[in-house]
Design a protein around this ligand. Structure first.
Ligand code: CP3
Length: 340
């Protein structure tokens, strides 16, 4: 795998063109996803290795992207720790037993390897199907983001209860974050042992935090997780929304790649990061709603800017929205693959 475009770019080696994969590349914008989703629940799809492999392979076969990403969810760690997790159409994820008191935190498990064995099994099936064609990216949620779902009991706009715990009960918050961090490091190492070729840590909602709170309650746990990874030959990607603010700090956790949102000029940001840290990004996913001419122009503009810059992986600044036309995503991949 070390000769694949994606692994080379992630390790800051020169590639003939930027490799492409997209967050949420296996999802609702594809008719073929719905063909499976209409028969099974989302969690059944995650927990049945053959189904998780079927979905993981959709963008490999239909879009011909340069890296596959495991089909799963960041919240499976919370479930393995004892969260009563469900996903409901149009509601999103829900934990029916939110974590709000010391007793709730004490009840959370940290030895959860067996409960996540289905992910290792899925990785093995996916790798058989990929058969060395392209790398497989594993992933986990960062402690702060997973904490927010556990504390709020689901998605949130303002993270009110989570931030209240950070501010009023910092010792409790640290115990919770520390438990999640331990599980997350073990979980990523389980994925690495099962055969993933890269891992991405999603701190989707870190942008809700003030700078000092980000350092204390998010960043330090990502440092801890990355330092525990068995990462020989396995690039580590760090993602958060709001990375245009936090990227230089994210790089201090020593990932190989920092994933960048669309608020900044990508080359300017890359120059602010230490030598040898690659960047991933940073097309606004809304561009994929626009006319094909706009899609092509924006990708070319980005690639012209990043030309001759080793250590660049194309991605969106955040995941593909469910109503983005499939045809536009396919077109974007074609434009990228034709770049020279
Ligand atoms: O990128 C991929 O294609 C791989 C699969 C993947 C999913 N979730 C599948 C999914 C990945 C990498 C994730 C990560 C994830 N999950 C994040 C971090 C990335 C980000 O978007 O910031 C977060 C915050 C979650 C939590 C989550 N899962 C939410 C908030 C929701 C509901 C909202 C939504 O977009 O539907 C999910 C459900 C989910 N995870 C779906 C998929 C394909 C939709 C399930 C369905 O079909 O109903």
């Amino acid at each position: 795998m070390k000769d694949s475009l994606f692994i080379k770019a992630a390790f800051s080696e020169k590639t003939e063109r930027p490799p492409v994969w997209m967050m949420r590349q296996a999802g609702r914008f594809m008719k073929e996803y719905w063909d499976i989703k209409n028969k099974y629940s989302f969690l059944e799809m995650c927990k049945t290795p053959e189904l998780a492999a079927d979905v993981t392979m959709l963008p490999v076969n239909l879009l011909d992207i340069d890296a596959a990403i495991l089909f799963s969810d960041i919240l499976v760690t919370g479930e393995a720790m004892g969260g009563d997790l469900s996903f409901t159409q149009n509601v999103g994820p829900r934990f029916a037993n939110p974590v709000r008191t010391q007793a709730d935190i004490d009840n959370l498990q940290v030895e959860v390897g067996d409960k996540l064995q289905y992910v290792a099994d899925a990785i093995k099936v996916i790798q058989q199907r990929l058969n060395g064609k392209i790398p497989l990216i594993g992933f986990a949620g960062a402690p702060f983001t997973v904490m927010s779902y556990l504390v709020e009991g689901g998605s949130s706009k303002d993270f009110k209860l989570t931030k209240l715990m950070l501010h009023n009960e910092p010792a409790m918050a640290h115990q919770l974050l520390s438990k999640i961090a331990q599980v997350t490091a073990d979980y990523l190492n389980l994925q690495i042992a099962a055969g993933v070729n890269a891992v991405q840590i999603f701190d989707s909602w870190a942008q809700a935090l003030a700078w000092d709170d980000y350092k204390e309650f998010s960043h330090r746990y990502i440092v801890e997780i990355i330092s525990k990874l068995n990462r020989k030959d396995i690039p580590v990607i760090s993602f958060c929304k709001g990375s245009s603010v936090f990227a230089p700090l994210m790089a201090e956790a020593k990932p190989d790649v920092v994933s960048i949102d669309w608020n900044v000029d990508l080359l300017d940001m890359k120059k602010r990061l230490p030598q040898g840290v690659a960047v991933q990004g940073n097309l606004d996913p809304h561009i994929l709603y626009a006319d094909k001419k706009v899609i092509k122009d924006r990708i070319h503009k980005l690639f012209e800017r990043m030309r001759d810059e080793p250590g660049y992986v194309f991605n969106l600044g955040h995941g593909i929205m469910p109503d983005i036309p499939f045809d536009n995503v396919k077109y974007a991949v074609e434009v990228i693959k034709e770049w020279h």
